[in-house]
Design a protein around this ligand. Structure first.
Ligand code: MN3
Length: 252
């Protein structure tokens, strides 16, 4: 399974902060050249709830020129932080104690806010790791073979994936998933839904996903979702895609 810190306790354990008694105040490294937010504006909020927002695994400008720094700052520091804050508030108000994965699996039995914000938290945590500024231009090995045998070729796969992402009306996500039957399939979900949710039309384990909310691309690409999608392939972290596939294959 994707290495995601789904709870504050788990995060503290993994980051070695347990036992230090301190709260994790995370400061994001940032070049202060006046084009983005100030250091104070980007200081992640103190992680006082069950769920935490991890720093990006790279600098805010690491995906340039394909995804611009300001988009990444707002997307991670404002949008994702918002999902985490709302999720923490909702699990507190409703006295819910469950892992993020279990919330999503049973999302139909929780308030709608859990679906939107729990999905938002999971999807974005997945998405940040799915990208890198230092990527192999083409995937190799098992992931390339799996895509070729499922979709005919990498080009055919990309076209079909972009098609699903382009046709998703309004806000949502496109996904490559591994179904329970072990097949690779392309699907898309509205809003912050994802294929792990019990409400999803097509269920499976996400291997690759792209955010097609306007907030993911509007500053640089305005209404040109297709241009954003074309550019996005340049930052897909194929090593992570391969790791996701391997983890999915090892899941029961
Ligand atoms: Mn988003």
């Amino acid at each position: 399974m994707l290495k995601s810190y789904s709870s504050r306790r788990e995060f503290l354990k993994k980051s070695g902060l347990i036992g230090m008694g301190g709260l994790a105040m995370q400061l994001i490294p940032l070049k202060l050249d006046g084009t983005g937010f100030s250091e104070d504006e980007l200081r992640l909020e103190e992680n006082s709830g069950t769920f935490v927002l991890d720093p990006l695994p790279y600098e805010y400008d690491a995906l340039e020129p394909y995804i611009d720094r300001q988009t990444m700052e707002i997307h991670h520091g404002k949008h994702h932080q918002g999902y985490v804050n709302n999720l923490n508030r909702l699990v507190g108000e409703n006295k819910i104690e469950a892992s993020l994965e279990s919330l999503l699996k049973n999302v139909s039995s929780y308030p709608t806010g859990i679906r939107n914000n729990g999905g938002g938290h999971w999807n974005h945590t997945f998405f940040w790791k799915m990208m890198s500024g230092k990527v192999e231009s083409q995937p190799g090995g098992m992931i390339a073979e799996a895509i070729d045998s499922s979709f005919g070729s990498m080009d055919k796969f990309k076209n079909a994936f972009n098609d699903a992402a382009s046709k998703r009306f309004g806000s949502g996500w496109a996904w490559l998933i591994r179904t329970a039957e072990g097949k690779l399939e392309i699907t898309s979900t509205p809003n912050q839904d994802n294929p792990l949710m019990d409400v999803a039309e097509t269920k499976g384990v996400p291997i690759l996903g792209v955010d097609v909310w306007e907030h993911a691309y509007y500053l640089k690409y305005q209404n040109r979702r297709g241009d954003y999608l074309q550019a996005w392939w340049n930052v897909v972290n194929w090593n992570q895609v391969a790791a996701n596939l391997m983890a999915a294959e090892n899941m029961k």
